[in-house]
Design a protein around this ligand. Sequence first.
Ligand code: NAP
Length: 244
Amino acid sequence: MKPTAIVTGGSRGIGRAIATELVKTHRVIATWRGRKDAADSLREETGCEIFQCEIASREDRAALLAFARQRFEKLDLLVNNAGMAPRERRDLLEASEESFDELMATNLKGPHFLTQQAARWMAASGDGRIAFVTSISSYTASVNRGEYCISKAGLSMSVALYAQRLAEAGIKVFEIRPGIIRTDMIAKVEKAYDEKIAAGLLPQRRMGEGIDVAKAVRAIADGLLDYSTGQILNVDGGFSLRSL
Ligand SMILES: NC(=O)c1ccc[n+]([C@@H]2O[C@H](COP(=O)([O-])OP(=O)(O)OC[C@H]3O[C@@H](n4cnc5c(N)ncnc54)[C@H](OP(=O)(O)O)[C@@H]3O)[C@@H](O)[C@H]2O)c1
């Protein structure tokens, strides 16, 4: 029997690349929130199952795991990928509490508590892997989307906490920190980023693609990093390197 995986936000962008990679070896449930068309096309292309889940909703998270338990005897891999940028980029001195709350619920609370529930299930089999997709924004201050940075910084701590807590249960936990990846999320600023990259922002002078992140998930899924729980995989073209 093939191993099993859940990929949140698997219908588009990075999550879609991850789901497409994982179906080669895993039975995959990919979640979506509002774009059913994208989820349907993923199912047609890959044969994976799809499930609608607002990650910020406790009920939806419970329904997702109930759905997965109906299909899978055990869960081998959870990829916490679903996330969003602020609807509008606003300076730190103008940003709203509403946007802050939305980003915390989607990018931090949702994956944190989905992991809590999934980990209980995995713990029963004494095995499992969990990958969190955070961001270079975990440690890079962008004052025009501070709430995004705070949500991702919090999610990095969620990784450290779960890696500690779940090691004894045989569950390995990883953080993947993408840099600038070509998806709908950055469409509005894609041209500006391309120009910055051409000017030397990244040691590797190209924007990342979803498949670059999917390859990191592949290494985790295949167990190649099993003695490295809690580690951070920077998938950022060298953005995190310092130079003088
Ligand atoms: N692109 C980048 O440069 C970049 C860099 C670093 C980190 N990341 C992170 O990578 C992850 C994926 O980003 P992406 O660029 O692939 O974004 P994307 O193209 O906008 O896709 C986002 C995916 O997440 C789902 N989603 C969004 N909000 C959700 C919610 N509240 N509940 C459930 N699902 C939700 C979307 O579903 P629907 O389409 O159905 O709404 C979609 O499947 C995010 O966590 C993001 O923060 C991205």
